[in-house]
Design a protein around this ligand. Structure first.
Ligand SMILES: [Zn+2]
Length: 371
């Protein structure tokens, strides 16, 4: 007599978290960890260029989650977040598998560069092909060996050169599984969108591997407030999908961002800001003042609508038309979000505001006296 079938459900056959998971040719069993050197290219001298990976597996079957950082080789906050996830509070996976890639663009990283040696942007080269350009071949290995072995993933980025971003998740909220992942991470700002053509997250989502990115802080830096937020977000995700025990920590408020706008300088000069990343702003509020080279006040720059400061320039000298402040326009009213934030009384939001504004001058606008 046949034994009754165990109720594994329809997903068992398609499960990616197999008893023995092979990544880069290395077999890793449940309950084990492995450090893997995944060959992605070769140098001029014909030596292997390898991507260091760590695979961490729980004892029980579950989701396979990939975490990638430094797809842009100068964006290091995500690398620091992965290090703190591994070596901070003990990472005791009860189920599932983590595939961690602290530096994806190993070529760019070696030269403090965003791009690959052929000047191509790796994050515009996915899904890539094995017979394409250098960037395309690197992308294809990452898709095959990391992304397609996972059920879902998080990719870490920072603002571009001379800009900073208040931490925000970017996600295609039209896809329910991506929306669930974005909400599970637990940040205040979730910006809706598919991501650029050729980006890792867009290619991963198209391959049915729900993926979000965190955009946080500046390139070339590992910023303490960002690390705290990033680790909290990852642990929230791992708890939500059952890889870790415990309850997720919710953000003080959650705003879905329907649109973002850049405020630009009208005149050339030196900037002083009146707002910091993460601040709530009202319509027609002064965000910065431009001063002449001898310190005379020239122009007060205001915002056209209420919103939240998503990012800003860290370069205090501006020419007309240059972007100075990126404002998120949430689906909810600012007054409501402001109330929720005040009621939550969390300290991380304040720490981030302070951390991210350390290289900027932020002070109230000067009120010119009438006499
Ligand atoms: Zn990036």
């Amino acid at each position: 007599m046949k034994s009754p079938r165990t109720a594994k459900g329809p997903s068992a056959a398609k499960r990616k978290d197999k008893a023995v998971l092979t990544v880069g040719g290395v077999a890793v069993r449940r309950g084990e960890s492995a450090d893997i050197r995944l060959k992605i290219s070769e140098t001029y001298t014909g030596e292997e260029v390898v991507l260091p990976l760590r695979v961490v597996r729980g004892r029980a079957p579950g989701k396979v989650i990939y975490i990638t950082a430094a797809v842009h080789g100068d964006e290091l906050n995500g690398t620091g977040i992965i290090h703190d996830l591994l070596y901070g509070e003990p990472l005791e996976l009860v189920a599932g598998t983590l595939i961690l890639a602290p530096v994806v663009n190993i070529f760019g990283f070696e030269h403090n560069e965003r791009y690959l040696p052929d000047r191509r942007d790796l994050n515009r080269s996915f899904p890539g092909t094995s017979v394409g350009s250098l960037a395309s071949r690197v992308a294809a290995v990452i898709i095959r060996e990391i992304i397609l072995r996972a059920d879902l993933g998080v990719d870490f980025h920072t603002a571009a050169f001379q800009r900073t971003n208040f931490p925000n998740v970017r996600a295609d909220l039209t896809l329910p599984a991506v929306r669930e992942l974005a909400e599970a991470f637990g940040v205040t700002l979730i910006v809706n969108g598919k991501g650029p053509e050729g980006s890792l997250r867009r290619a991963a989502c198209a391959a049915d591997v729900p993926t979000i990115i965190l955009e946080a802080g500046e390139p070339y830096k590992i910023e303490p407030g960002i690390l705290a937020l990033g680790v909290r977000g990852l642990r929230n995700v791992l708890r939500h999908y059952g890889l870790l025990k415990g309850q997720p920590t919710p953000p003080p408020y959650e705003a879905k961002i329907r649109k973002t706008i850049w405020i630009r300088a009208a005149q050339g000069g030196i900037l002083r800001f009146h707002v910091a990343p993460g601040d709530f702003i009202e319509a027609r509020q002064a965000v910065a003042t431009t001063y002449g080279i001898l310190g005379e006040q020239k122009d007060v720059i205001t915002t056209p609508s209420e919103g939240i400061v998503l990012g800003m320039t860290t370069m205090p000298a501006v020419k007309p038309g240059e972007p100075i402040c990126h404002v998120a326009l949430p689906a909810q009213r600012i007054a409501r979000l402001r109330r929720e934030n005040a009621a939550a009384k969390t300290t991380l939001q304040d720490r981030l505001r302070r951390d991210l504004a350390t290289s900027l001058s932020v002070s109230p606008p000067t009120v010119e006296s009438a006499d």
